[in-house]
Design a protein around this ligand. Structure first.
Ligand SMILES: [Zn+2]
Length: 140
């Protein structure tokens, strides 16, 4: 007997995302219908072409193989420590621009390796330092 889900969601591990993100995932229909991978900086490691990026690509391929997922959701957020550790951004606009560029680069790499998969990009804007107020936005 097989079990299936439609999505594999890749998010940053940041604990501040969890409360509001779980509500968002429920509203999107992802709870119970997606594999979930949490990694600092989410798809940054794929865009960086690093060894953890290969691991993450392996998790995505495994989700497709085991659970027949056909859509990858890349989920990045403002105030991300994984980006702050490596970059100094002039402002929130510059931070978002870099992360969106990385998500788009990662999406191309994922699609090249998994031609049958779609990739969706989402951005979470933390409106405070605690993650109690988050705006979610699909990047098209
Ligand atoms: Zn983060």
């Amino acid at each position: 007997m097989s079990h299936q889900c439609t999505h594999v969601l890749v998010r940053c591990m940041d604990f501040r995302l969890t409360r509001e993100m779980n509500k968002w995932m429920e509203a999107q229909g992802y709870i119970g219908d997606c594999d979930l991978v949490s990694l600092a900086g989410a798809a940054k490691v794929i865009a960086d072409d690093s060894e953890p990026g290969e691991m993450l690509l392996g998790q995505i391929a495994l989700s497709a193989k085991l659970h027949h997922s056909h859509c990858v959701v890349l989920f990045h957020h403002s105030q991300c420590g994984a980006y702050a550790a490596e970059y100094t951004f002039a402002d929130a606009v510059a931070e978002k621009a870099k992360q969106v560029a990385d998500m788009k680069k990662a999406a191309e790499i994922i699609k090249a390796k998994n031609p049958s998969m779609n990739v969706k990009l989402f951005w979470a804007n933390l409106r405070d330092d605690s993650g109690r107020e988050i705006e979610f936005e699909e990047i098209l």
